[in-house]
Ligand binder design. Structure first.
Ligand code: GDP
Length: 445
């Protein structure tokens, strides 16, 4: 699935990865092509625009380590952003099937794969969760559809509600509920009627069934091949009946994949499952990471960038360790440490991570040693000249005044920073002699 989007992005990134260095103009040009690729993959315009903007913000000014090309870095950023959009904020958890019999309402247009998906889900719950499942078709317009569900139910080894001619959808729903409760079923699937297009009568019927059934889940089944149409259908159904999740079918075909991306962004509803074929076990839970990987088809590059980042950090730690153990710990080093602390969630965050440090974090906060202090200290260092940072011993009274004023702070605060720096330099020197420095720095990174 997603072949065409992956191919398109692939050729864009091929060009990027072959370049040595990348200017901001290159990034912008490349992202323009990504935008076109997304649009051609049927990602909606606002979603694509938003996506590109966020990638651009992240790509500009992100550190590019020396063992990877800027193009590879962009690939990684695009990949991470894809996962973010696909996964959304809440996790696409397992189906809510507590309080048996739990009703699951299946809705969607005719031909979307609703009946097939219902049987696939029933099989899954029976095989993996050992649930007793009852299926009921509410498609009173199409007797063939009712029979199809009964046949599939028998095929996957679950029960289906006996077909009674002449009942309305609401009557069937009522009977199904009673039967599910009396028969001791865990889960009841209600396969509603589909139409070729969304119409009022259909929506009214689904609403009435919903009110009777009180479903724990309302799953919309949409054909992933229909791209943007699928997203429109989802928005429509969600507005009219309210859905708890989406199943994208036919993701085994050569669809344009963008539907998955837009679906989440436009409807805010999680994609719970993807259909990957006609067979009864061709259903998988939706996993953002895997889908992002398939969209990009560039897992190797992503792994490479991750490895390069690790190596880069290890190299940096080693370089710092060598400096520190020689007693070289200037203001630039201190700034690096302070910024690292900020990145890791500041003092409180850092201490909170260490066992038994909760109390100390509180004391530090009371003593005014908090994240604002980190920011003030960085501001003070920024206010120093290059020479002063390299050699803090230069800091006579007049220089101190200038630096403090530049940061909008008192000289006393600068003095405190200098004292702290001296203590840290001492400590670094001692630790360096005793070894274990590299380890300590690595842990701080
Ligand atoms: P309904 O009208 O929405 O109930 O659709 P059906 O369940 O009858 O499915 C219509 C056709 O799509 C059937 O031939 C199914 O086998 C096929 N189908 C359903 N899901 C998938 C899927 O994930 N992949 C593929 N390739 N075919 C599917």
């Amino acid at each position: 699935m997603f072949e065409s989007l992956s191919d398109r992005l692939g050729s864009v990134f091929d060009r990027l990865t072959k370049q040595g260095a990348l200017s901001e103009a290159d990034v912008i040009a490349a992202l323009r092509e990504v935008r076109v690729a997304l649009l051609e993959a049927d990602v909606s315009l606002p979603v694509a625009r938003d996506f590109i903007k966020r990638v651009q913000d992240k790509a500009t000014g992100s550190a590019v380590t020396k063992s990877i090309t800027p193009g590879q870095m962009v690939v990684k950023i695009v990949h991470d952003e894809l996962i973010r959009v696909l996964a959304g904020d809440e996790p696409a958890d397992a189906l809510k099937i507590d309080s048996p019999p739990a009703a699951i309402l299946m809705v969607g247009l005719q031909g979307s794969g609703k009946t097939t998906t219902t049987a696939k889900l029933a099989k899954r719950l029976k095989d993996r969760n050992g649930k007793r499942v009852l299926l009921a078709s509410l498609d009173t317009n199409r007797p063939a559809a009712m029979e199809q569900l009964a046949i599939l139910a028998a095929q996957v080894g679950v029960d289906s509600l006996p077909i009674v001619k002449g009942e309305s959808a609401v009557q069937i729903a009522r009977r199904a509920k009673t039967q599910a409760a009396m028969g001791g079923y865990d889960v009841l699937f209600l396969d509603t009627a589909g139409r070729l297009h969304i119409d009022e009568v259909l929506m009214d019927e689904v609403q009435a069934v919903r009110d009777i059934a009180q479903p724990r889940e309302t799953l919309l089944v949409v054909d992933g091949l229909t791209g943007q149409d699928a997203v429109n259908v989802a928005a429509e159904f969600d507005g009219k009946v309210g859905i708890s999740g989406v199943v994208l079918t036919r993701m085994d075909g050569d669809g344009r994949g963008g539907a998955a991306l837009s679906m989440r962004a436009v409807t805010g509803k999680p994609i719970r499952f993807v259909g990957l074929g006609e067979k009864m076990d061709a259903l998988e839970t939706f996993e953002a990471e895997r889908v992002a990987g398939r969209i990009l088809g560039m897992g190797d590059i992503v792994a490479l960038v991750e490895r390069a980042q690790e190596t880069f950090e290890a190299e940096q730690a080693e370089r710092m360790a060598r400096r520190f153990s020689k007693g070289l710990f200037n203001m630039n080093d201190l700034k690096g440490q302070l910024e690292q602390m900020q990145k890791m969630g500041g003092m409180q965050g850092l201490m909170g991570m260490l066992p038994g440090m909760g109390k100390m974090a509180k004391q530090a906060e009371e003593a005014g040693f908090d994240d604002r202090m980190l920011r003030r200290q960085v501001a003070l260092i920024n206010s120093m000249t290059k020479k002063e940072r390299a050699n803090p011993d230069l800091l006579a009274a007049s220089r101190k005044k200038r630096i403090a004023a530049g940061a909008g702070l008192e000289v006393s605060e600068l003095n405190r920073l200098l004292k702290q720096h001296k203590q840290m330099a001492e400590m670094m020197k001692k630790m360096g002699k005793g070894g274990g420095m590299k380890q300590a720095i690595k842990q701080m990174m």
